[in-house]
Design a protein around this ligand. Structure first.
Ligand SMILES: Cc1cc2nc3c(=O)[nH]c(=O)nc-3n(C[C@H](O)[C@H](O)[C@H](O)COP(=O)(O)OP(=O)(O)OC[C@H]3O[C@@H](n4cnc5c(N)ncnc54)[C@H](O)[C@@H]3O)c2cc1C
Length: 521
């Protein structure tokens, strides 16, 4: 069976040109959807390589200078790169600077080129050079962080050289092109989801887009990257030692923030194991998802963020487990209210988070380049926050005090310690955590900056559209006005006292309640 192209509504044509006889390969630059299965971008690149009867080259990079670069994020990404390298190496399809002299390449369905430069200087000119040898360049569409800017910069360069370039949207079940403007509430987006879900879900990505019939040879000397040979060879050495030892000392030449420490494995294998284990335990989700002690949520946000797993395979896993595969007639179209998905209550409860809430954020950021600015809050929220800007505050903390969990509030300090040590805060406490930063900072605009800074610096799932959904929700995005009160104005309020009554926290506080206890774990 030939590989199918990705659906038209997932393609963003950035440079339209005809490759003609130029270029040797189709280049897929894997930026955000870092997986080899169920990936529309990779699938489309494989389809184009078949069309042009040429090799497919997968380039996966990791620059050293992204905002908040740390051992934590580098480690998670390297886990997946090492996994990819082993896969291609076992078939002799890994390209590295070692083969500079031009050893004949092996025929294969794709070749893999990883690059982890130590400094921006080491990487200078690399991508341009790599693209110069391509017939077509394909990459990932993603609405936030450095990705839109990277895609725009590459688009400008490739326009000059008339090299075709497109980005492919593998973000959610509902393609970004399916919404016409920014959804201002989850309710509004749920309507779009209910209307489009069955058609979009049927447009399933191919499980193994690399199972191509065509096999081609490609060797390092075909790439015209001779001057990058030593740096590429160091990357392969790095990935080999990472795979063998996984120790943050290996990262010391990269000048990363070592205070933001390494976490557990970020491989696709780890993501799939977590996904399967969670689906078996899903009945607990409805009742216990808000209890920090129960640990009843999926823990999948980092794997979704770095594209290690696809939302399609997660939904498929749930439908198979609950035998809902043939449940199209069971979908309940209720005009934007919850209760759309059939089966036991946990199915709708979970999919409302993983589809409605998750994708609301992606669509919002896609339509709003100002997604990270205070001015992108709804008018009522901005107005009320500024009206209460000078209200007296009982406590005011600096960024340093907050970062070091030095407030008077035991629950807040525990949440901040969890963030620093584990790279995440349990969802319910994450809401409380953000609300208190608003309450304890002398200006709501500064509070927004601090919340974004701490979230994106430490969260393993940070720098994602949902980082902006979550943080801006604290300040009124996707919410409605509530009864007016000091400091918050009409913004929804939360208190630690209510939280203590509402959710089970005993073990959580034992674990993160004091600096020393947290460190022992
Ligand atoms: C202040 C604040 C900051 C946040 N920052 C982030 C962030 O940086 N990255 C991030 O992915 N999420 C963020 N969220 C949303 C939410 O906290 C996490 O998505 C969720 O806790 C991740 O844990 P889980 O995978 O176990 O979730 P589960 O409950 O198992 O949910 C499954 C998936 O659904 C999505 N999801 C769940 N809850 C939400 C939500 N409220 N909004 C949007 N999507 C959701 C996530 O992709 C999640 O992995 C933030 C929320 C708040 C209040």
């Amino acid at each position: 069976m030939p590989i199918k192209p990705a659906p038209e509504n997932r393609l963003f044509q950035r440079v339209q040109a005809s490759p003609g006889s130029r270029g040797k390969y189709v280049l897929y630059w894997m930026q955000m959807h870092r997986r080899l299965e169920y990936n529309f971008g990779l699938q489309h690149a494989a389809y184009l390589a078949d069309e042009w009867n040429c090799p497919l080259l997968i380039y996966e990079g990791l620059r050293p200078d992204y905002p908040f670069a740390s051992a934590r994020f580098h480690g998670f990404i390297l886990d997946g790169m090492a996994e990819h390298m082993e896969y291609f190496d076992s078939q002799d399809l890994l390209l590295s600077g070692h083969s500079q002299a031009g050893t004949p390449g092996n025929p294969g369905s794709a070749h893999y080129l990883p690059f982890v430069p130590r400094s921006p200087e080491e990487a200078r000119g690399f991508l341009k050079q790599l693209c110069a040898g391509a017939k077509v360049v394909v990459s990932d569409e993603f609405p936030v962080f450095i990705i839109p800017e990277q895609n725009r910069a590459l688009e400008d360069k490739l326009k000059e050289d008339s090299i075709p370039f497109l980005t492919v949207d593998s973000n959610g079940i509902i393609p970004l092109k399916e919404s016409s403007s920014d959804p201002y509430s989850a309710y509004l987006f749920r309507k779009v989801l209910q209307k489009r879900f069955s058609a979009c879900y049927r447009d399933f990505p191919e499980k193994q887009p690399l199972k191509r019939n065509q096999k081609h040879k490609l060797s390092f000397s075909d790439l015209q990257l001779r001057s990058f040979g030593p740096a590429l060879e160091s990357t392969v050495q790095l990935l080999r030692s990472w795979s063998a030892k996984r120790d943050s000392r290996i990262l010391s030449p990269y000048q990363l923030d070592e205070g933001v420490s390494l976490l557990e494995s970020g491989t696709r294998k780890a993501g799939l194991n977590r996904m399967k284990a969670f689906v078996k335990e899903m009945p607990r989700y409805t009742e216990m998802r808000n209890d920090p002690d129960a640990a009843a949520t999926s823990g999948l946000s980092p794997f979704l963020h770095f594209g290690r797993i696809s939302i399609y395979e997660l939904v498929k896993q749930i439908f198979s487990h609950y035998q809902l595969n043939d449940s199209w007639k069971g979908l309940i179209y209720n005009n934007g209210s919850r209760g759309f998905f059939p089966g036991p209550p946990e199915v709708d409860a979970f999919l409302d988070e993983a589809l409605t809430w998750r994708e609301t954020g992606y669509h919002f950021c896609h339509h709003r380049p100002d997604y990270a600015e205070f001015n992108a809050l709804p008018d009522w929220a901005r107005k009320t926050l500024l009206e209460h800007r000078t209200d007296e505050r009982e406590y005011i903390y600096s960024l340093d005090q907050l970062e070091n969990a030095e407030t008077h509030d035991e629950i807040w300090n525990a949440a901040q310690r969890q963030l620093k040590q584990s790279g995440i805060i349990h969802n319910y406490l994450r809401m409380l955590w953000g609300k208190k930063i608003l309450e304890w900072t002398d200006d709501p605009r500064k509070a927004l900056e601090i919340t974004l800074h701490l979230n994106n610096k430490y969260s393993i799932d940070g720098r994602n559209p949902n980082s902006y959904s979550g943080v801006f929700w604290i300040f009124g995005r996707f919410d409605r006005p509530w009864q007016e009160r000091p400091i918050f104005g009409k913004i929804r309020y939360m208190s630690s006292e209510q939280t203590r009554k509402k959710v089970k926290l005993k073990q959580y506080l034992e674990r993160f309640g004091s600096e020393n206890q947290g460190r022992l774990l």
